[in-house]
Design a protein around this ligand. Structure first.
Ligand SMILES: Nc1ncnc2c1ncn2[C@@H]1O[C@H](COP(=O)(O)OP(=O)(O)O)[C@@H](O)[C@H]1O
Ligand SMILES: [Mg+2]
Length: 268
């Protein structure tokens, strides 16, 4: 039923129908002066999947997601979201297309409570006043929907654990209606059990019908939640694989060598 389509040299990609594609990236490139941070990246993201972006430091992962988030403008290439050609010049453009990004630093305001953080800059109002009660109700609802357990939406962010903060940042991304959530290294600063909770959150996002793009350099950790992997190396897409048809070994070879097979030749 599913045909095979070869791209990026060795990419193993099933051919999804257009209706299933939420993002289509064609030849994305970005350079900073002489540094080519991203070169000719082409890939698709499918509705309701968890796509894990893998790669070593400097591989171009953050640059790629900043292009998808409207933080950077493209130097070359084009983007379609839900079949519509888009050009993101600022984060609000990506938000309007239904893309929300949770950055590594989370950008939460430590001294303000959970509810305030969820609706920062987009407060509910009642006449000329900020409707705090409504903000709290909506915040409570959003967190419950995501299965996030936080003692109260009135707790300041500074009281929360790293995992809880990550959850609040994800809730903030989803509360404004994003259908595509991008997370940059969401477990990088977390312990084992908190990381597990964030992985559960990713699964819950998918179960709610959202599409999730997760950047990670911990393959073992994200293996279970991934539907597909995209490996970046030296600013290029080295390969795209379905979890069901790849292996940790193959992905590691793609990350390290940029090829599914070890290069021949022995130095010794
Ligand atoms: N703002 C920038 N100015 C100059 N070079 C950059 C900038 N951002 C990234 N780079 C370079 O682009 C390459 C890719 O970086 P990045 O996308 O951050 O990789 P990753 O997130 O995979 O570690 C690296 O060589 C990095 O040094
Ligand atoms: Mg990065």
């Amino acid at each position: 039923m599913v045909g095979h389509n070869v791209r990026n040299g060795d990419a193993d990609i099933d051919d999804p129908s257009d209706a299933d594609i939420v993002i289509r990236a064609m030849g994305l490139s970005k350079w900073f002066g002489h540094v080519r941070a991203l070169t000719d990246a082409s890939f698709t993201v499918r509705s309701g999947e968890v796509l894990v972006v893998l790669g070593d430091n400097g591989a171009g992962k953050s640059t790629l997601i900043k292009l998808l988030s409207g933080l950077y403008d493209l130097d070359a290439g084009s983007l379609e979201v839900h079949g519509v050609r888009v050009r993101f010049r600022r984060p609000a453009d990506a938000a309007a297309a239904g893309i929300a990004t949770v950055y590594q630093d989370l950008a939460l305001v430590e001294t303000r409570d959970v509810a305030a953080n969820l609706f920062l800059g987009r407060e509910f109002t009642w006449g000329p006043f900020v409707d705090r009660a409504r903000g709290m109700r909506e915040a409570d609802r959003a967190l419950k929907l995501l299965g996030v357990k936080i003692p109260s939406v009135k707790v300041p962010i500074s009281y929360l654990s790293g995992g809880q903060r990550q959850a609040v940042a994800v809730a903030r991304a989803t509360v404004h209606g994003a259908s595509i959530v991008i997370m940059d290294e969401p477990t990088a600063a977390l312990g084992v059990s908190e990381s597990q909770r964030v992985l559960d959150l990713i699964t819950d996002l998918r179960a709610s019908g959202r599409t999730v793009i997760v950047i990670s350099h911990n393959l073992q950790q994200v293996w279970d939640v991934a539907d597909r992997f995209m490996v970046m190396r030296l600013g290029r897409v080295a390969g795209i694989r379905n979890r069901s048809t790849t292996s940790v070994d193959e992905l590691v070879r793609l990350i390290v060598y940029g090829s599914p097979t070890e290069p021949s030749g022995d130095a010794t």
